[in-house]
Design a protein around this ligand. Sequence first.
Ligand code: GLU
Length: 476
Amino acid sequence: MAPRVRFAPSPTGYLHVGGARTALFNWLYAHRHGGTFVLRIEDTDVERSSQDMVTGILDGMRWLGLTWDEGPEIGGRHAPYFQSERLERYRAAADRLLKDGHAYFCYCTSDRLRDERERAEARGEAWQYDRACLSLSADRTRELDAAGAPKAIRFKVPASGAAFDDAVHGPIAFDGASIEDFVILRSDLYPTYHLSVVVDDTDMGITDVIRGDDHISNTPKHVLLFQALGASVPRFAHVPLILGADKKRLSKRHGATSVMEYQRQGYLAPAVVNFLALLGWSPGDERGLMTTQELIDSFALKRISAGNPVFHTEKLDWMNGQYIVRMPIEDLAAAARPFFSDAGLGAHPLVAEPRAFHRLLELLRPRAKRLTEFVEQARPLLTEDVSYEQEAVDKHLASPDLAGHITALVETLSAATPFDEAQVEAAVRGTASARGLKAGALIHATRVAVTGRTQSPGLFEVLTWLGPERTRARPR
Ligand code: GLU
C-alpha cells in the first residue's frame, strides 16, 4: 500500500528549520514510495494561531518546493485540512469513547488540579491525575450537572500501557501507571492535541507518522487512542531534534530559525533542502551534494540517525556556495536579480541587460556563498560611489608612499592596450617591480583604492571589468 504521510504544523509561529526538516522527511518518504503527502494545519489553539502564520508556513513550504498533495488551498478527499474546521469530528470521537467506556467526565477544577500538583511538588513528587472523577456516583454527577459545573473528558488509560516500534529509536514501551488519564476534550469542547491528531490521522488514512522526537512521550497516548477508536495504529518515526553548534536545542540565539529568513539572507532553496536532508539523515555513503531527485531515490527512514544532528551554518554556507558555482547562469541570474532590485540596482544597465548581468555574476560567483554577497561585491563595480571600509583603508592604504605608487600604476595602465586581464596584470606587476614593491602589496592597496574593500574578485578581473576610464577615475 502506498504510504500516506502528513506534516501537521501549528500556526503559532513561522516555518522554522526543525519543522521544515520534518516536512522534508515526510515529503521525501512520500515521493520515494509513490505515496501521498498531506499538509494539515493544527490550529485548535485559537488564541495562539493566526492567518499570518498559516500564510508564512505555506510560503516557506512552497519556497522549499515541498508541495503537498492534499491540504490548504488545494483541498482533497479528506477536507477540511484545518483542525479548526473539524471540531465536530473530535467531539463525536470523544462521545464515542465515553459510550464505549474508554473515557469519563472530569469535573475537577483547574484550582484543585493546581493545588494537588503543587502539594506533590513540595513533597518532591511528580503528580498525575488521581482519577478522582472516575468513580463519581450517579447522584453526584447529577448534582454537578444541575449546578452547571464545567466538565472535561478524560481518557481512561488501561493498566497494560502502550508500546510501539519506532523506525528511528526502535521498540519503545510505557507502562499504564506512567501515563495519566489525560484530557481529550476540554470543558469548552475544544479537543486537546492528543485527540485531534489521532482523529485526523485516522480520518486521513495516515500510515506513517514522521515527526519530531519531542513527541515521543505523547505517542503512547496516541497509540491507546487509536486502539480505543478501533483504528489501525500508524508506524512512527521520531526524528531527533536539531541542535545549535553549542549542542543546545536550536533556537533564535543561534541565528535565523525561520525558513523564509534564509531566503532573505540569500540562500538557495535547493541548497537548503540538501542541507536539511543531511541533518540527521544520510544516504549511507559519502555523498554531500545531492539533487532533490537523488535525495528522493535514496531516502529511507532507517538511515535517520537516533542522535541529535548539529546545525553548522558554515556547512550550509559552503553548500550554498557550491550550488551558486554550479547552477546554470540563467537560473542564478533569476535568483540574484531580486536582490539587486531590492538594493536599488535593478535598473542599472549592467544588471538590466542579461548578457552584462551574466558576465557580472560569472565574475563574482567563485567567491559568493550567498546571493546577498553578489550585491555587496557588485556595488563598487556598478556605481562610482564607492564606500571605503575603514579597516581596509587603515590596513592597506596607510603608507604615505602609496599615493605615488598608485599614480604610477594608473599611468602604466593608460598605456595598456588592449585593456585586458593579461595587459592589466603586466602593468600591475611591472609597476610593482619598478618601484621596489612586492606585487601583493600593490595588488591589495589597489583593490582597496578601487573597491573600498579587502575582498573582491581578482584585481585584474576587476580592473578589466571597470575598463580604462573608470579605473583611472577611481583611486582616490
Ligand atoms: N501540531 C503538532 C506540532 O506542531 C504536530 C505534531 C505531530 O506531527 O503530531 O508539533
